[in-house]
Design a binder for this molecule. Structure first.
Ligand code: SF4
Ligand code: SF4
Length: 393
Protein backbone atom coordinates (compact mmCIF):
# COMPACT_ATOMS: atom_id res chain seq x y z
CA UNK A 1 0.00 0.00 0.00
CA UNK A 2 1.11 3.55 -0.66
CA UNK A 3 0.70 6.09 2.14
CA UNK A 4 0.46 9.87 2.18
CA UNK A 5 0.64 12.16 5.21
CA UNK A 6 -1.93 14.15 7.15
CA UNK A 7 -1.14 17.52 8.74
CA UNK A 8 0.57 15.90 11.72
CA UNK A 9 2.67 13.54 9.57
CA UNK A 10 0.54 10.45 10.30
CA UNK A 11 0.41 7.93 7.46
CA UNK A 12 -2.88 7.47 5.61
CA UNK A 13 -3.39 4.78 2.99
CA UNK A 14 -4.05 6.40 -0.40
CA UNK A 15 -6.93 3.99 -0.80
CA UNK A 16 -9.72 4.68 1.67
CA UNK A 17 -12.70 2.42 2.19
CA UNK A 18 -16.01 4.14 1.36
CA UNK A 19 -18.60 2.41 3.55
CA UNK A 20 -21.69 3.89 1.87
CA UNK A 21 -22.07 1.07 -0.61
CA UNK A 22 -21.78 -2.11 1.49
CA UNK A 23 -23.74 -4.99 -0.09
CA UNK A 24 -27.25 -5.34 1.26
CA UNK A 25 -29.19 -8.42 2.28
CA UNK A 26 -32.92 -8.16 2.88
CA UNK A 27 -33.56 -4.80 4.54
CA UNK A 28 -30.08 -4.35 5.96
CA UNK A 29 -26.37 -4.63 5.29
CA UNK A 30 -24.85 -8.06 4.66
CA UNK A 31 -22.52 -7.85 7.67
CA UNK A 32 -20.76 -11.17 7.11
CA UNK A 33 -19.82 -10.21 3.54
CA UNK A 34 -18.89 -6.63 4.47
CA UNK A 35 -16.69 -7.88 7.32
CA UNK A 36 -14.73 -10.20 5.01
CA UNK A 37 -14.17 -7.37 2.55
CA UNK A 38 -13.06 -5.03 5.34
CA UNK A 39 -10.68 -7.70 6.62
CA UNK A 40 -9.05 -8.08 3.19
CA UNK A 41 -8.60 -4.30 3.05
CA UNK A 42 -7.13 -4.02 6.56
CA UNK A 43 -4.75 -6.91 5.93
CA UNK A 44 -3.69 -5.17 2.70
CA UNK A 45 -2.82 -1.97 4.59
CA UNK A 46 -5.95 0.18 4.11
CA UNK A 47 -6.29 2.31 7.24
CA UNK A 48 -8.98 4.90 6.40
CA UNK A 49 -12.69 3.99 6.61
CA UNK A 50 -15.34 6.55 5.74
CA UNK A 51 -18.97 6.43 6.83
CA UNK A 52 -21.70 8.89 7.89
CA UNK A 53 -24.64 9.26 10.23
CA UNK A 54 -27.03 9.27 7.27
CA UNK A 55 -25.67 6.18 5.45
CA UNK A 56 -28.34 3.69 6.49
CA UNK A 57 -26.82 0.99 8.73
CA UNK A 58 -23.25 1.83 7.68
CA UNK A 59 -21.85 3.16 10.98
CA UNK A 60 -23.28 0.21 12.91
CA UNK A 61 -21.94 -2.33 10.38
CA UNK A 62 -18.47 -0.76 10.41
CA UNK A 63 -18.45 -0.65 14.23
CA UNK A 64 -19.52 -4.27 14.53
CA UNK A 65 -17.02 -5.48 11.91
CA UNK A 66 -14.08 -3.63 13.50
CA UNK A 67 -15.01 -4.99 16.92
CA UNK A 68 -15.33 -8.56 15.58
CA UNK A 69 -11.98 -8.22 13.79
CA UNK A 70 -10.42 -6.59 16.86
CA UNK A 71 -9.04 -3.85 14.61
CA UNK A 72 -10.28 -0.55 16.01
CA UNK A 73 -6.83 0.70 17.03
CA UNK A 74 -5.27 -0.19 13.67
CA UNK A 75 -7.57 1.99 11.56
CA UNK A 76 -8.92 5.51 11.22
CA UNK A 77 -12.67 5.97 11.31
CA UNK A 78 -14.06 8.97 9.45
CA UNK A 79 -17.69 9.86 10.03
CA UNK A 80 -19.86 12.93 9.61
CA UNK A 81 -22.10 15.29 11.50
CA UNK A 82 -25.40 15.92 9.67
CA UNK A 83 -25.25 19.57 10.76
CA UNK A 84 -28.43 20.31 8.77
CA UNK A 85 -30.34 18.26 11.36
CA UNK A 86 -29.15 20.16 14.42
CA UNK A 87 -30.57 23.27 16.02
CA UNK A 88 -28.38 23.41 19.12
CA UNK A 89 -25.08 22.13 20.49
CA UNK A 90 -27.04 19.75 22.71
CA UNK A 91 -28.51 18.25 19.51
CA UNK A 92 -25.02 17.99 18.04
CA UNK A 93 -23.75 16.21 21.16
CA UNK A 94 -26.68 13.79 21.06
CA UNK A 95 -25.97 12.84 17.44
CA UNK A 96 -22.25 12.46 18.14
CA UNK A 97 -22.89 10.16 21.11
CA UNK A 98 -25.25 8.10 18.96
CA UNK A 99 -22.52 7.79 16.34
CA UNK A 100 -19.95 6.63 18.93
CA UNK A 101 -22.43 4.02 20.14
CA UNK A 102 -23.13 2.78 16.61
CA UNK A 103 -19.41 2.65 15.85
CA UNK A 104 -18.66 0.90 19.18
CA UNK A 105 -15.83 3.30 19.94
CA UNK A 106 -14.96 6.15 22.26
CA UNK A 107 -13.39 8.39 19.61
CA UNK A 108 -13.60 9.35 15.94
CA UNK A 109 -10.34 9.89 14.08
CA UNK A 110 -11.69 12.12 11.29
CA UNK A 111 -14.94 13.99 11.91
CA UNK A 112 -16.55 15.96 9.11
CA UNK A 113 -19.28 18.55 8.82
CA UNK A 114 -21.33 16.69 6.24
CA UNK A 115 -22.03 18.60 3.02
CA UNK A 116 -20.87 21.95 4.35
CA UNK A 117 -21.15 24.02 1.19
CA UNK A 118 -20.73 27.65 2.18
CA UNK A 119 -19.28 29.98 4.80
CA UNK A 120 -22.75 31.23 5.82
CA UNK A 121 -23.74 27.75 7.01
CA UNK A 122 -20.46 27.44 8.88
CA UNK A 123 -21.07 30.80 10.54
CA UNK A 124 -24.52 29.66 11.66
CA UNK A 125 -22.88 26.62 13.26
CA UNK A 126 -20.32 28.90 14.89
CA UNK A 127 -23.16 30.96 16.35
CA UNK A 128 -24.47 27.76 17.96
CA UNK A 129 -21.04 27.21 19.55
CA UNK A 130 -19.59 24.53 17.26
CA UNK A 131 -16.00 25.84 17.54
CA UNK A 132 -16.07 25.54 21.33
CA UNK A 133 -17.65 22.08 21.05
CA UNK A 134 -14.92 20.94 18.61
CA UNK A 135 -12.20 22.34 20.88
CA UNK A 136 -13.62 20.45 23.85
CA UNK A 137 -13.91 17.18 21.84
CA UNK A 138 -10.34 17.51 20.59
CA UNK A 139 -9.11 18.24 24.09
CA UNK A 140 -10.80 15.11 25.44
CA UNK A 141 -9.59 12.99 22.49
CA UNK A 142 -13.11 12.13 21.32
CA UNK A 143 -12.35 13.78 17.96
CA UNK A 144 -8.80 13.63 16.59
CA UNK A 145 -9.13 15.63 13.37
CA UNK A 146 -11.86 17.96 12.13
CA UNK A 147 -12.87 18.61 8.53
CA UNK A 148 -15.78 19.04 6.16
CA UNK A 149 -17.16 17.34 3.08
CA UNK A 150 -18.00 19.55 0.16
CA UNK A 151 -20.14 19.69 -2.99
CA UNK A 152 -20.37 23.43 -3.75
CA UNK A 153 -18.40 25.54 -6.22
CA UNK A 154 -14.69 26.42 -6.30
CA UNK A 155 -15.07 29.93 -4.97
CA UNK A 156 -17.07 28.91 -1.89
CA UNK A 157 -14.67 26.04 -1.29
CA UNK A 158 -11.68 28.36 -1.08
CA UNK A 159 -13.62 30.67 1.24
CA UNK A 160 -14.48 27.73 3.52
CA UNK A 161 -10.87 26.56 3.57
CA UNK A 162 -9.90 30.03 4.80
CA UNK A 163 -12.73 30.22 7.35
CA UNK A 164 -11.27 27.86 9.97
CA UNK A 165 -8.17 25.89 10.91
CA UNK A 166 -9.33 22.62 9.31
CA UNK A 167 -7.30 19.43 9.66
CA UNK A 168 -8.58 18.01 6.36
CA UNK A 169 -11.41 18.23 3.85
CA UNK A 170 -13.25 15.93 1.49
CA UNK A 171 -14.31 16.80 -2.05
CA UNK A 172 -15.96 15.11 -5.02
CA UNK A 173 -13.28 14.82 -7.66
CA UNK A 174 -12.72 12.62 -10.70
CA UNK A 175 -11.66 13.23 -14.28
CA UNK A 176 -15.17 14.33 -15.28
CA UNK A 177 -15.31 16.82 -12.38
CA UNK A 178 -11.88 18.30 -12.99
CA UNK A 179 -13.41 21.74 -13.42
CA UNK A 180 -16.65 21.44 -11.45
CA UNK A 181 -17.39 21.60 -7.69
CA UNK A 182 -14.08 22.27 -5.82
CA UNK A 183 -12.26 20.99 -8.90
CA UNK A 184 -8.53 20.88 -9.54
CA UNK A 185 -8.27 24.54 -8.57
CA UNK A 186 -9.84 23.84 -5.17
CA UNK A 187 -7.72 20.73 -4.62
CA UNK A 188 -4.54 22.66 -5.33
CA UNK A 189 -5.64 25.53 -3.13
CA UNK A 190 -6.29 23.22 -0.17
CA UNK A 191 -2.94 21.53 -0.71
CA UNK A 192 -1.20 24.93 -0.84
CA UNK A 193 -2.69 25.61 2.62
CA UNK A 194 -1.29 22.22 3.78
CA UNK A 195 -4.77 20.75 4.16
CA UNK A 196 -5.00 17.05 3.24
CA UNK A 197 -7.75 16.30 0.74
CA UNK A 198 -9.83 13.13 0.77
CA UNK A 199 -11.53 12.33 -2.52
CA UNK A 200 -15.08 11.01 -2.80
CA UNK A 201 -16.91 9.85 -5.94
CA UNK A 202 -13.60 9.02 -7.70
CA UNK A 203 -15.57 7.10 -10.33
CA UNK A 204 -18.71 9.27 -10.16
CA UNK A 205 -20.77 6.70 -8.31
CA UNK A 206 -19.56 3.96 -10.69
CA UNK A 207 -20.65 5.87 -13.78
CA UNK A 208 -17.08 6.05 -15.09
CA UNK A 209 -17.15 2.26 -15.03
CA UNK A 210 -20.58 0.73 -15.59
CA UNK A 211 -22.07 3.44 -17.73
CA UNK A 212 -19.06 4.26 -19.87
CA UNK A 213 -20.30 4.72 -23.47
CA UNK A 214 -19.54 1.85 -25.87
CA UNK A 215 -17.24 4.13 -27.89
CA UNK A 216 -15.13 4.78 -24.77
CA UNK A 217 -15.04 1.08 -23.88
CA UNK A 218 -13.82 0.30 -27.41
CA UNK A 219 -11.09 2.92 -27.09
CA UNK A 220 -9.88 1.36 -23.83
CA UNK A 221 -9.94 -2.15 -25.30
CA UNK A 222 -7.51 -1.06 -28.03
CA UNK A 223 -5.25 0.67 -25.52
CA UNK A 224 -2.00 -1.35 -24.97
CA UNK A 225 -2.08 -1.22 -21.13
CA UNK A 226 -5.33 -3.27 -21.01
CA UNK A 227 -6.57 -1.44 -17.93
CA UNK A 228 -10.13 -1.45 -16.63
CA UNK A 229 -12.11 1.82 -16.71
CA UNK A 230 -11.87 1.89 -12.87
CA UNK A 231 -8.08 1.65 -13.01
CA UNK A 232 -7.89 4.60 -15.39
CA UNK A 233 -10.10 6.70 -13.11
CA UNK A 234 -8.13 5.85 -9.98
CA UNK A 235 -4.73 6.30 -11.62
CA UNK A 236 -5.74 9.79 -12.74
CA UNK A 237 -6.25 10.65 -9.06
CA UNK A 238 -3.22 8.92 -7.52
CA UNK A 239 -1.05 10.66 -10.11
CA UNK A 240 -1.81 13.99 -8.37
CA UNK A 241 0.35 14.55 -5.27
CA UNK A 242 -2.25 16.94 -3.81
CA UNK A 243 -4.62 13.98 -3.35
CA UNK A 244 -4.20 12.36 0.09
CA UNK A 245 -6.82 9.58 0.21
CA UNK A 246 -9.17 8.27 -2.49
CA UNK A 247 -12.37 6.70 -1.16
CA UNK A 248 -13.72 3.73 -3.04
CA UNK A 249 -17.08 2.16 -2.20
CA UNK A 250 -15.97 -1.46 -2.47
CA UNK A 251 -18.40 -4.35 -2.17
CA UNK A 252 -16.53 -7.46 -3.28
CA UNK A 253 -13.22 -8.99 -2.18
CA UNK A 254 -12.06 -8.97 -5.78
CA UNK A 255 -12.72 -5.24 -6.05
CA UNK A 256 -10.81 -4.59 -2.80
CA UNK A 257 -7.77 -6.55 -4.05
CA UNK A 258 -7.82 -4.89 -7.45
CA UNK A 259 -8.12 -1.39 -5.97
CA UNK A 260 -5.28 -2.10 -3.52
CA UNK A 261 -3.07 -3.20 -6.42
CA UNK A 262 -3.74 0.04 -8.30
CA UNK A 263 -3.22 2.11 -5.12
CA UNK A 264 0.13 0.43 -4.49
CA UNK A 265 1.39 0.84 -8.05
CA UNK A 266 0.45 4.40 -8.95
CA UNK A 267 2.90 6.98 -7.63
CA UNK A 268 2.50 10.76 -7.98
CA UNK A 269 3.42 12.09 -11.45
CA UNK A 270 3.55 8.58 -12.88
CA UNK A 271 1.08 9.00 -15.77
CA UNK A 272 2.68 9.73 -19.12
CA UNK A 273 1.40 12.42 -21.52
CA UNK A 274 0.05 9.64 -23.78
CA UNK A 275 -1.91 8.15 -20.87
CA UNK A 276 -3.33 11.55 -19.96
CA UNK A 277 -4.42 11.92 -23.58
CA UNK A 278 -6.36 8.65 -23.36
CA UNK A 279 -8.30 10.08 -20.41
CA UNK A 280 -8.94 13.31 -22.30
CA UNK A 281 -10.42 11.29 -25.16
CA UNK A 282 -12.69 9.36 -22.77
CA UNK A 283 -13.85 12.64 -21.25
CA UNK A 284 -14.83 13.96 -24.66
CA UNK A 285 -16.80 10.81 -25.48
CA UNK A 286 -18.66 10.89 -22.14
CA UNK A 287 -19.44 14.60 -22.44
CA UNK A 288 -21.14 13.87 -25.79
CA UNK A 289 -23.53 11.38 -24.20
CA UNK A 290 -24.35 12.23 -20.58
CA UNK A 291 -27.63 14.04 -20.06
CA UNK A 292 -27.79 14.31 -16.25
CA UNK A 293 -24.73 14.36 -14.00
CA UNK A 294 -26.36 12.20 -11.30
CA UNK A 295 -23.87 10.21 -9.21
CA UNK A 296 -26.50 7.93 -7.66
CA UNK A 297 -25.69 9.16 -4.12
CA UNK A 298 -29.42 9.08 -3.17
CA UNK A 299 -29.24 12.17 -0.95
CA UNK A 300 -32.42 13.32 -2.69
CA UNK A 301 -34.29 10.26 -1.48
CA UNK A 302 -36.85 9.39 -0.31
CA UNK A 303 -39.19 11.37 -2.53
CA UNK A 304 -42.44 11.92 -0.59
CA UNK A 305 -44.37 10.88 -3.69
CA UNK A 306 -42.34 7.76 -4.35
CA UNK A 307 -40.21 8.68 -7.39
CA UNK A 308 -36.96 6.72 -7.63
CA UNK A 309 -34.93 9.70 -8.81
CA UNK A 310 -31.45 8.15 -9.24
CA UNK A 311 -32.80 5.07 -11.03
CA UNK A 312 -34.75 7.29 -13.42
CA UNK A 313 -31.64 9.33 -14.21
CA UNK A 314 -29.53 6.20 -14.60
CA UNK A 315 -31.94 4.89 -17.23
CA UNK A 316 -32.22 8.32 -18.86
CA UNK A 317 -28.45 8.52 -19.30
CA UNK A 318 -28.42 4.96 -20.63
CA UNK A 319 -30.71 6.06 -23.49
CA UNK A 320 -27.76 8.04 -24.86
CA UNK A 321 -24.78 6.02 -23.65
CA UNK A 322 -26.16 2.53 -24.34
CA UNK A 323 -29.42 1.93 -26.22
CA UNK A 324 -32.83 3.57 -26.11
CA UNK A 325 -34.74 0.29 -26.17
CA UNK A 326 -32.62 -1.30 -23.45
CA UNK A 327 -32.90 1.79 -21.24
CA UNK A 328 -36.68 1.97 -21.67
CA UNK A 329 -36.96 -1.71 -20.80
CA UNK A 330 -34.83 -1.26 -17.69
CA UNK A 331 -36.84 1.78 -16.63
CA UNK A 332 -40.04 -0.21 -16.97
CA UNK A 333 -38.59 -3.03 -14.93
CA UNK A 334 -37.16 -0.96 -12.12
CA UNK A 335 -40.02 1.51 -11.71
CA UNK A 336 -43.20 -0.28 -12.71
CA UNK A 337 -42.98 -4.05 -12.24
CA UNK A 338 -43.48 -3.72 -8.53
CA UNK A 339 -46.23 -3.37 -5.96
CA UNK A 340 -45.54 0.34 -5.49
CA UNK A 341 -44.49 2.12 -8.70
CA UNK A 342 -41.58 4.57 -8.57
CA UNK A 343 -41.62 6.17 -12.03
CA UNK A 344 -41.02 9.84 -12.82
CA UNK A 345 -44.68 10.57 -13.57
CA UNK A 346 -45.34 10.44 -9.81
CA UNK A 347 -43.41 13.70 -9.36
CA UNK A 348 -45.57 16.52 -7.92
CA UNK A 349 -42.80 19.08 -8.34
CA UNK A 350 -42.58 19.85 -4.61
CA UNK A 351 -38.85 20.60 -5.01
CA UNK A 352 -37.80 18.87 -1.77
CA UNK A 353 -35.27 16.67 -3.57
CA UNK A 354 -33.46 19.61 -5.16
CA UNK A 355 -32.54 21.03 -1.74
CA UNK A 356 -30.44 17.92 -1.06
CA UNK A 357 -28.75 17.29 -4.41
CA UNK A 358 -24.99 17.90 -4.13
CA UNK A 359 -24.76 18.06 -7.92
CA UNK A 360 -27.32 20.89 -8.03
CA UNK A 361 -29.35 19.06 -10.65
CA UNK A 362 -32.66 20.73 -11.58
CA UNK A 363 -34.37 17.46 -10.75
CA UNK A 364 -37.93 18.50 -11.59
CA UNK A 365 -37.00 19.71 -15.06
CA UNK A 366 -34.77 16.71 -15.76
CA UNK A 367 -37.45 14.27 -14.64
CA UNK A 368 -39.73 15.78 -17.29
CA UNK A 369 -37.02 15.26 -19.91
CA UNK A 370 -36.45 11.74 -18.66
CA UNK A 371 -40.15 10.95 -19.00
CA UNK A 372 -40.14 12.08 -22.62
CA UNK A 373 -37.19 9.81 -23.39
CA UNK A 374 -38.24 6.80 -21.32
CA UNK A 375 -42.02 6.61 -21.20
CA UNK A 376 -43.13 5.10 -24.52
CA UNK A 377 -46.73 4.04 -25.34
CA UNK A 378 -45.67 0.52 -24.30
CA UNK A 379 -44.64 1.90 -20.90
CA UNK A 380 -48.06 3.45 -20.30
CA UNK A 381 -49.86 0.32 -21.48
CA UNK A 382 -47.78 -1.88 -19.21
CA UNK A 383 -48.20 0.45 -16.25
CA UNK A 384 -51.97 0.40 -16.76
CA UNK A 385 -51.96 -3.42 -16.97
CA UNK A 386 -49.80 -3.81 -13.86
CA UNK A 387 -52.08 -1.48 -11.89
CA UNK A 388 -55.46 -2.75 -13.05
CA UNK A 389 -54.72 -6.42 -13.33
CA UNK A 390 -53.17 -6.22 -9.84
CA UNK A 391 -50.22 -8.29 -11.00
CA UNK A 392 -48.34 -7.46 -7.82
CA UNK A 393 -51.16 -8.17 -5.37
S1 SF4 B 1 -39.87 17.41 -6.86
FE1 SF4 B 1 -40.75 15.50 -7.57
S2 SF4 B 1 -39.13 14.00 -7.40
FE2 SF4 B 1 -38.54 15.76 -6.16
S3 SF4 B 1 -39.23 15.23 -4.09
FE3 SF4 B 1 -40.86 16.46 -5.05
S4 SF4 B 1 -42.24 14.95 -5.98
FE4 SF4 B 1 -40.31 13.90 -5.51
S1 SF4 C 1 -30.28 13.46 -8.22
FE1 SF4 C 1 -28.64 14.41 -7.00
S2 SF4 C 1 -29.03 13.76 -4.88
FE2 SF4 C 1 -30.25 12.44 -6.21
S3 SF4 C 1 -28.96 10.65 -6.53
FE3 SF4 C 1 -28.57 12.03 -8.25
S4 SF4 C 1 -26.80 13.25 -7.61
FE4 SF4 C 1 -27.61 12.27 -5.76
Amino acid sequence: MQYRENKQGEQLSVLGYGCMRFSRKGNGIDLEKAQKELQVAIEGGVNYFDTAYVYAGSEAALGAALENLNCREKVNIATKLPHYLIKSIEGCEKLFQEELKRLRTTYVDYYLMHMLDDVETWEKLCALGIKEWIAQKKESGAIRHIGFSYHGNTENFKALIDAYDWDFCQIQYNYMDEHSQAGREGLQYAASQKIPVVIMEPLRGGRLVGMLPEKAKELLKKEPHHRSPAEWGLKWLYDQPEVTVVLSGMNSEEMVRENMRVASETLPHSLSEEEKQVIEQIKEIIAETVKVGCTGCRYCMPCPFGVDIPETFRCYNAVYSESKRGAQHEYLQCTTFRKTPTDASLCRECGKCEEHCPQHIPIRAELKNARKALESPLFHLTKFAVKHLRLWG
